[in-house]
Design a protein around this ligand. Sequence first.
Ligand code: PMP
Ligand code: GLN
Length: 385
Amino acid sequence: MLLDETGRAAPTIFAEMSALAARTGAVNLGQGFPDEDGPRAVLDAAHAALDAGRNQYPPGRGVPELLDAVAEHQRRFYGIDLDPAREVLVTAGATEALAATILALVDDGDEVVTLEPFYDAYGALVGLAGGVHRTVAMHGPEFVVDHDELRAAFSSRTALVVVNDPHNPTGTVLDAATRQLIVDLARQHDAVVVTDEVYEHLLFDGAAHVPLSTLPGAAERTLSISSGGKTFSTTGWKIGWLTGPEHLVSRVLTVKQYLTFVNGSVFQPAIAVGLGLPDEWYRQLAAGLQRKAELLTEGLLAAGFSVAPSRGGYFVVADAAPLGFDDAADLCRRLPELAGVVGVPVSAFCHEEAAAEHASRIRFAFCKRTEVLERAARGLAGLRV
Ligand code: PMP
Ligand code: GLN
């Protein structure tokens, strides 16, 4: 499944698109990573930890100050009470938290429900665990979840539902009724809810993130996953975490200790400093990113794409059909030459059966400097079939 036709490891769509950008010199709005450093205090804390000799294996669950900082962050922003020693686990990015959770909780033939389009790792990890991936379509142009389709995706075999909110690639945020229905269905089918909240602080228009675990009936069956990568512009550090009931966290820890064991001894204390930054810093972060989202959206609209507004995260989806392009996968391969820009076709986040619905859509990342977004907009302005 993870191999190409010749039996070689197929690169992820992100690796492929970043390589295309590097090769052509095009503006890389494909893979989602910022092109500026995050807060100085966080970078300084990593230097200080390195100079203080914190260069050996940290404790298996994470360094105490990060466990405390995660628990305090969940309390400050969401009113969630956690025991940092038992209900928090530090991981090698959100990716390892997802991997260890899925490997720990999914047995052969168990079903895992996600929305579709989905972050690529979900499909791959469910496959590695021997599970069956059931998806619920998010229907364009606004990426709406149909509640009957959501109900139909659950069965007596459902072990997990993995929910990414704010959502990559669509930039949508779930509505309250959909959130509650997911929790209710998980209860009815005795499934564990796994949330991927890596974009929790990147919501626009002053909106506040609502973790699924805060909904009635959710806390006892939810593992919440996040990461410092997006919030502190440190995607290369790979410091993530998972929180939830002790018995679930312990099962994940059992697998995690045989994946990476531990990671990032000097980055863990630095992310702890970031989690303690004042509310105002978090507000500015979201406001700054919203301006970038608006700038890129205006550029895409001016170029003739139709655009589903992004409500949060790093990405906006543009439909190239009004420009006469029906096949976004093909267009994305030619986009460096045609417009000097790299984007990712939304079909890369879909199983084959669902890809057709999103065939003309492209995901663009806007977590870039203003001048870079302006350059991309200028390049896209001349695009026609
Ligand atoms: N989940 C989603 C939805 C993401 O977009 C990403 C990466 N950008 C991850 C997980 C992985 O996060 P990390 O880099 O912390 O492993
Ligand atoms: N999450 C990033 C994105 O969606 C990429 C992470 C990766 O390269 N695996 O672009």
